[in-house]
Design a protein around this ligand. Sequence first.
Ligand code: SF4
Length: 261
Amino acid sequence: MSKSSIEWTQMTWNPTTGCNKVSAGCKFCYALTMSKRLKAMGQKKYENSFKLTIHPDTLEIPYTWKNPKTVFVNSMSDLFHKNIPLDYIKKVFKVMNDNQQHTFQILTKRADLLAEYDKKNQLNWTPNIWMGVSVEDERVTERINLLRDIKAEIKFLSLEPLIGPIQNLNLQNIDWVIVGGESGFKARPLKKEWIIEIKNICKDMKVPFFFKQWGKPEFNVNRKDPTIDKKNINHAKGGCQLNGKIYRELPVKKRSTLKVA
Ligand code: SF4
């Protein structure tokens, strides 16, 4: 478990590590780079680098947290990777079911397997489990269609890194939308018009909208955005203002302790 700098969560918990790339959004996978780095630093958990590995010893960790937490599950992997045994996924769910004082946020790009397990009633959705899919552009919006019917109480989209427009975004049965740009040396640009279109759909559909960050300062249409400054209390990569405002809305049915500035 580690404290997270991700704006929409508090900490991360990784009962599995490792993955492999599935679509354009994975091109500069942060978890891949970080896993290699952690292996080089001699961290035992990452001795397999980015090869998919389950860590049963981590299943006890949430039972030890004293205060309610908001936790991003598997920031270094994908819980619905086909090589993770369903029995192990059920164990991860059991930990989340047993610890309803905490809010667990799961994100996957493998919505097909998520939908299959859900349809077969293999997943026990307590209200503290938020389920999301990552979508980078409109080539992979089928993930949203698969998420829509999942039995999780809170269903959310992480449109990050957004690398293309998503026209006619259908937010039926979706409770929260996060948008963010890509960071890093070769990051692909984020366009303001893509963000505004998504924000407007969120407004029309009354879905909370969370604009995480622009990715790189050069993608930000306002180079004077004060949140570009690392000393700013709301600093985010590339800044996080949109038309001079910070959008960090949270799901209405929120039951977590997540505090946003
Ligand atoms: S699915 Fe996520 S963790 Fe896996 S390679 Fe893609 S970006 Fe990385």
